[in-house]
Ligand binder design. Structure first.
Ligand code: MOS
Length: 736
């Protein structure tokens, strides 16, 4: 009897490759005769490049080619948004970066119109740090040196940099949410006026930037009209489609390879300019080109989290029953794309309130385009909504858990569909018990240890469970070994490992007999590793392929035979199946979401305003946990991300020049080990028969949601000071 593979805390099957350095990341592929490219970035935020003097740079050691808007080859990029009404978000042509298809909650997945890549096709400058040139040289150092010798002249225009005061929804806005900019149910005004208790406040979250350990890297190799690209990406197929369109190729001409990606968190979710620039550079230099962004170039050219300003108004009856929710969010986009951070996305679904109105507004500023960043929408949105729920709990003198249970939604109130499964009640109960919530004294400033004020806080976590179509090939050879092939990506989550477990379980064989091959566009197509879809989508395809292979083998087997016996008797050729797997009608019949509860203890130094987080306890219901160890790691990573969001992360833009002021890991603060206390991760057992064949809801995004609110609520409980603007810096804790 083979022990079950699914759920076991299996070590990563690629762990040894990673710790020994044998795992190859994009820039590490030993491509013969490769040259190195470095991007030249604009130093103004808006205007035009009038000329570029490359003469000194061309004479610098090792320089092979320099591309500028004045000499670069023409490639196909989408038209600017302002032309002929632009593009609508829902109908982006193939190759445009697109978000995963959504579940019932709609707007999150359509939060963008098409981005125009900045690949030297025009002299226009949209933000400070935009690529305006590319230097190709024999070594990285030579390219970097020469990049500093390129002199650009500009016709500068006044940039829009003040997010707080920029005009809302400027006339040319191509609203990606069109009909869904305002969503309402019931009568919010009436619910508001009938209420006994009301809270109405503004919450803000800052610009943030992703900082995966691996910067964005691309190696482009042309052989005739065939292009091979080694890329650090969360989505090999969308990179391929973009290159196909840019260079007028066929999909079979382009092979994108990504066996390992060193983190992305959304910044590698779709293609950016550098993949096209690398291929242009390789054409100009007539040799392979490696292009690595510098850490500074990670701020601007590859997205970041939008700034949000969110007004949340909650009204309730004396017993805590919500009578109205109003949630309005304004976020920034760029001048090359209309991207919406869908911060109100969960507001219609999370609580059973009859009267709800949400609204999005956009401002357009001259900074790099925002994009997906871990739980786009839910991370920023739950900060505001779950802070407001805490404020309401105090206004009602109710326990924060009681208030949430009072308004518990047993069906999805947005569409009245049943949830495929929901264990949020159990999450509150389990989390509270593990945390010791009972010891909380209700009044703010009522718990302390010496100079440390102690606070307990709660935040609710939520993220949709989505599934996208995916294909997979499963093959067994005569020795009984199975190879799974699916063109997904390993971005650090454990994809090689859980796919091995899923296949082994479906075949009923030990997991060490399964080899998973992924990460190339000549493999069966699967979705990008975004939006927590990989386990549910590619995992389901792997499950279905392994099961189909097993059934095929079982049909070949005579009594008493093993799989290997049957293959041998049939001539010894490997047996292979390819399946295409996608959601059925259940996706329309049920509302599918993960939920969780995040409990935080903070200690705040009363004299200095320093916030410490000794412990966070989480409880999540995420469907089936496929690997206890990697699942726990996912939640820990998400919680640490949430600690960063709550306390330290903040991208600063110079208000005069639009320059990213803190564009490095010394000045852009992230939590380090000393900032992270105990994180106790718990899962509520959840058997969801509807969600997908593997029963997993996806776990990459939910870990960050609810965390910032949980911390802010704990800071209020400790200090009596409500901080509605992230991050919770010392100056904000100490401010009068
Ligand atoms: Mo996730 S923010 O869709 O990588």
């Amino acid at each position: 009897m083979t022990p079950p593979s699914i759920g076991a805390p299996l070590d990563r099957v690629d762990g040894r490759l990673k710790v020994t350095g044998a795992a190859k990341y994009a820039a590490e592929f030993p491509v013969a005769n490769a040259a190195h490219a470095v991007i030249v970035a604009s130093t103004i935020a808006k205007g035009r490049v009038t000329s570029m003097d490359t003469s000194t740079a061309m004479r610098a050691p090792g320089v092979i080619a320099i591309l500028t808007p004045f000499n670069a080859e023409k490639v196909n990029v989408p038209p600017p948004l302002t032309q002929s009404g632009g593009q609508s978000g829902g109908a982006a042509p193939s190759g445009a970066p697109s978000a995963p298809s959504s579940g019932a909650q709609g707007p999150a997945a359509r939060g963008r119109a098409m981005r125009v890549p900045t690949v030297l096709q025009s002299t226009e400058v949209h933000y400070n740090g935009q690529p305006i040139g590319l230097v190709v040289a024999d070594t990285f150092e030579h390219a970097l040196e020469a990049s500093h010798l390129v002199k650009a002249s500009y016709a500068s225009e006044k940039a829009v940099l003040d997010i707080a005061n920029a005009p809302k929804n400027p006339p040319e806005t191509v609203h990606p949410l069109s009909g869904e900019r305002v969503i309402a149910r019931g009568d919010v005004d009436r619910g508001w006026s009938e209420a006994a208790v009301r809270v109405d406040h503004l919450y803000t979250t800052p610009l943030e930037n992703h900082n995966p350990m691996e910067v964005h890297n691309t190696v482009a190799v042309w052989e005739g009209s065939n292009l091979t690209v080694y890329d650090s990406t969360q989505g090999i197929f969308s990179v391929r489609n973009t290159l196909v369109r840019a260079f007028g190729l066929q999909p079979t001409n382009v092979r994108v390879v990504s066996y390992f990606t060193g983190g992305g968190f959304g910044s590698k979710g779709g293609p950016w300019s550098h993949q096209i620039l690398a291929a242009m550079g390789a054409r100009a230099a007539r040799r392979p080109v490696k292009l690595s962004l510098t850490r500074r170039q990670m701020f601007g050219p590859v997205g970041g989290r939008a700034h949000t300003s969110q007004r949340v108004a909650l009204a309730a009856a004396r017993d805590g029953t919500l009578t109205a929710i109003r949630h309005e969010s304004t976020s920034n986009t760029s001048t090359i794309e209309d991207w919406v951070e869908p911060a109100t996305v969960m507001t219609h679904m999370l609580y059973a309130c009859p009267n709800v109105r949400t609204q999005y507004d956009l401002v357009r500023v001259n900074i790099g385009s925002p994009t997906f960043m871990r739980a786009p929408g839910e991370s920023t949105g739950t900060f505001a909504l779950e802070s407001a729920m805490d404020e309401l709990a105090y206004a009602l003198s109710m326990d924060p858990i009681e208030l949430r249970l009072k308004n518990y939604a047993d069906r999805d109130p947005a569409n009245n569909k049943p949830f495929s499964s929901k264990s949020l009640r159990e999450c509150y109960t389990l989390g509270a018990e593990k945390f010791g919530w009972k010891a909380r004294k209700a009044a703010p400033r009522s718990m302390r240890e010496g100079n440390w004020l102690i606070g307990y806080g709660l935040g609710t976590a939520t993220y949709p469970a989505r599934r996208a179509p995916a294909s997979t090939t499963a093959r067994m050879s005569e020795d009984g070994r199975v190879t799974i092939r699916a063109g997904t990506q390993e971005i650090g989550c454990g994809t090689y490992t859980v796919m091995s477990q899923i296949a082994a379980e479906a075949l009923g064989i030990p997991v060490d007999r399964v080899t998973v091959e992924l990460g190339a566009t000549d493999m069966p197509e699967t979705p990008a590793s975004t939006g927590s879809v990989t386990a549910s989508s590619t995992g389901s395809a792997v499950h279905d392929a392994a099961l189909a292979l097993r059934q095929k083998l079982e049909r070949m087997m005579q009594s008493g035979e093993t799989f290997s016996d049957a293959i041998r008797r049939a001539g010894g050729q490997p047996v292979e199946v390819t399946v295409h797997s996608q959601a059925g009608p259940e996706a329309q019949q049920y509302s599918m979401h993960s939920f969780g509860a995040v409990f935080t203890e903070v200690h705040v130094d009363e004299s200095l305003g320093i916030v410490r987080i000794p412990r966070i306890v989480t409880a999540h219901g995420v469907g089936k946990v496929l690997n206890e160890k990697t699942a726990r790691s996912q939640i820990i990573g998400g919680v640490v991300f949430g600690i960063g969001m709550a306390l330290v992360e903040e991208t600063l833009i110079d208000p005069n020049t639009g320059r990213y002021v803190n564009a490095d890991l010394a000045e852009y603060h992230l939590p380090v080990n000393a900032d992270v206390g105990m994180i106790d991760v718990n899962f509520v057992e959840e058997n969801d028969p509807y969600i997908n064949p593997v029963g997993a809801k996806g776990i990459g995004e939910i870990g960050i949601t609810g965390v910032a609110a949980s911390i802010a609520n704990a800071v209020y409980h400790a200090t009596g000071k409500r901080i509605r603007d992230l991050p919770i810096r010392v100056d904000r804790v100490m401010a009068g």
